[in-house]
Design a protein. Structure first.
Length: 333
């Protein structure tokens, strides 16, 4: 084996692009993030400015590594969609107005002369969890990141399921109530519109409006203004024993149970992995969600499916991006 073949693949660069920041990190082949940084993203200007923000962050990670470029198997990028994971073209993400039909993988590869893989954050994070995280050893993994939105990913035998056109895995936009609140995607009753962070805050405000005399410290946290209540405040109140916050989170958990029951009926997964800030807040309700699965789906063995907290929290995009490259490097030998 040549020296290049022997050394290439020890590390990958994982990049997580959001509307306000770029996170990049150096990741070992065992999934350990050994160095990372965050920098501002230029999301609303020219395409070149957005690309420069990304390549500058990657350059900084490479400089910090201080080792031969041959030890890097590639660069994996998590970008908001819609995008085409095969071509690496970012199509028209609402939070990245700088890029419309932009060949992101090609442009990064041209700048850095390394293989580049691009996928959405839910898919990539699911892959990282399947390879290195809570899904390790499971053949069928369903992953969801629950935060400001709800992203999902499906992994079969350590391979992302992309569907026919690359658009599969949009589980956050599965509707469970056709008369429910309209989601940002335009559909009514998506689980994202019912159980994401903003939905939890809205439910707390509605509960206070329907029973303004109920004892709670949510108003104190919001400095007396119900419109300022956030999901983080609901979590903080719940941690202190607040009954209104507990009721809000319990209802959220029950909605998630109904939705996850659909996922169990559809996929019959070996494991369900939940990540993101809202998922961490709901961890005390994981047993409740699992116990309710038998009345939310037809699978008679639904309670056997473990519901686990993700290994990678805020770093899921970095780990996920690296997983995209390291998997291909292993597959290609």
């Amino acid at each position: 084996m040549s020296e290049d073949k022997a050394t290439r693949g020890k590390f990958a660069i994982g990049v997580d692009i959001g509307g306000t920041k770029v996170a990049a990190g150096l990741v070992q082949a065992d999934g350990t993030i050994v160095h990372q940084l965050r920098a501002p993203m230029q999301a609303n200007g020219e395409a070149a400015a957005g690309l420069s923000a990304v390549t500058t962050a990657i350059d900084a990670v490479l400089a910090a590594g201080n080792f031969p470029r041959t030890e890097i198997c590639g660069i994996g990028v998590c970008s908001p969609g819609p995008l085409d994971p095969e071509s690496g073209v970012v199509i028209n993400p609402p939070n990245l107005r700088c890029w419309r039909n932009f060949p992101l993988a090609q442009e990064i590869a041209r700048h850095l002369d390394l293989p580049v893989q691009v996928d959405n954050d839910g898919n990539a994070a699911a892959l990282a969890e399947a390879i290195w995280g809570a899904g390790r050893g499971h053949k069928i993994v369903f992953y969801s990141c629950i935060g400001t939105g709800i992203g999902t990913g499906i992994v079969f035998d350590e391979k992302i399921y992309h569907g026919r056109t690359g658009a599969a895995g949009e589980g956050g936009h599965v509707s469970i109530d056709y008369r429910g609140p309209r989601c940002g995607c335009g559909k009514p009753g998506c689980i994202e519109a019912l159980a994401s962070g903003p939905a939890i805050a809205r439910r707390a405000r509605e509960m206070l409006a329907s029973g303004p005399d109920r004892p709670t410290n949510l108003l104190a946290l919001a400095e007396g203004n119900p419109d300022r209540i956030t999901s983080e405040m609901v979590g903080q109140a719940f941690a202190s024993g607040d009954k209104v916050a507990a009721a809000v989170l319990q209802e959220t958990a029950d909605l998630l149970a109904f939705w996850l029951g659909n996922m169990v009926d559809l996929l019959d997964p070996c494991v369900i992995i939940l990540g993101g800030g809202v998922a961490a807040m709901l961890k005390p309700f994981f047993d409740r969600i699992r116990d309710r699965l038998p009345v939310c789906c037809v699978n008679p063995r639904s309670r056997e499916v473990p519901i686990l907290m993700a290994r990678y929290g805020a770093d899921s995009g970095i780990a996920g991006g690296a997983a995209l490259c390291l998997r291909r490097c292993v597959a290609e030998g």
